[in-house]
Design a protein around this ligand. Structure first.
Ligand SMILES: CC(C)(COP(=O)(O)OP(=O)(O)OC[C@H]1O[C@@H](n2cnc3c(N)ncnc32)[C@H](O)[C@@H]1OP(=O)(O)O)[C@@H](O)C(=O)NCCC(=O)NCCS
Length: 188
């Protein structure tokens, strides 16, 4: 269950180039700033995303249906602008030890160390929930994003061929990556 402490999570830092960033959980008052982030996503980026984030109704639903016990969203804020969004998706039953990470940064904030900080923040929440691993699924073509995720601790474990359908119907492979954040319980 989400705790008061989780909702009060804050990380404040300065990027190497001087930008001051606050990472905190998304709240319903963020709707406009989240719309501003996602409505500006280019078609080139959007075609590799699960949802049509150019549709205001889709983005509004992220905020209107906030349920931190199902999906824990963190945003990175610079001068009241949301420049990054990362979500931790919880599972139930036999998958309850795994969480899925989805992350998206504004283009002008990539490659500046922000992904690193957002993954740290999500990992902190995941550890508080005693998760064993974080997973990411990403289209195989996004080689530089995959390299960045490797630098952030994720390892490719398998590839699902033709698993992702682009808006135009073209099929793409998905890379399934895992970051183990807690060692398995050892037997003795
Ligand atoms: C993938 C993504 C989250 C990475 O975040 P980022 O802020 O660009 O990454 P960082 O600047 O924190 O860099 C993280 C590490 O990757 C390395 N890296 C970053 N971009 C890289 C690239 N293009 N090629 C190789 N390494 C790269 C950095 O040097 C850094 O390694 P280090 O800590 O050892 O120096 C971000 O680029 C993004 O939002 N991409 C679009 C959406 C996406 O692909 N999401 C993933 C699917 S869920």
């Amino acid at each position: 269950m989400v705790t008061k402490e989780d909702l009060l999570y804050r990380m404040v830092f300065t990027l190497k180039d001087g930008a001051r960033v606050l990472i905190r959980p998304l709240v319903k008052e963020d709707k406009q700033a989240l719309l501003d982030l996602f409505l500006n996503v280019s078609y080139e980026d959007r075609r590799y995303m699960r949802h049509n984030v150019n549709d205001p109704e889709v983005v509004s639903s992220f905020v209107d249906n906030l349920d931190y016990d199902r999906i824990f969203p963190m945003v990175a804020v610079v001068n009241d602008r949301i420049v990054g969004d990362a979500t931790l998706h919880f599972n139930t039953g036999t998958a309850r030890h795994r969480g899925e990470l989805r992350i998206f940064l504004a283009k002008d904030f990539r490659g500046r160390g922000l992904g690193n900080k957002l993954v740290q923040a999500i990992t902190e929440i995941a550890k508080r929930r005693s998760l064993y691993m974080l997973e990411v699924q990403i289209v195989r073509d996004l080689t530089s994003d995959i390299k960045a995720l490797e630098r952030l601790g994720f390892e490719t474990v398998c590839i699902f061929e033709d698993y992702f359908m682009l808006p135009d119907g073209e099929l793409k492979d998905i890379v399934h990556m895992i970051n183990r954040i807690r060692p398995p319980v050892s037997e003795f």
